[in-house]
Design a protein. Structure first.
Length: 91
């Protein structure tokens, strides 16, 4: 009987440690995602400013929607490249 109790306590402690590790991993993932969002927003603004400066040089780009579209396209390309690199590192 005592052996069963000790075995059950051992399994409970093992499961508690696994749960603690999972919570820690999820928290790290959430914080990393939050920082990535902030970085992405900063890059979006930087890229938008560059596109606006380029639009000043080329008058056909001065339509406001076209500048936003070009910015979204550039940010998308950069993010896809980043996701590809990170997913290859994960393997």
């Amino acid at each position: 009987m005592v052996k069963r109790v000790i075995k059950m306590v051992g399994k409970s402690l093992e499961k508690a440690n696994d749960f603690k590790k999972n919570v820690r991993n999820h928290m790290i993932t959430a914080v990393t995602a939050a920082f990535a969002l902030i970085i992405g927003l900063a890059w979006k603004d930087a890229i938008y400013d560059i596109v606006v400066k380029i639009a000043e040089i080329f008058p056909f780009l001065e339509t406001p929607y076209l500048s936003s579209l070009i910015t979204a396209f550039v940010v998308t390309i950069i993010c896809v490249i980043g996701i590809t690199i990170v997913s290859r590192l994960n393997k």
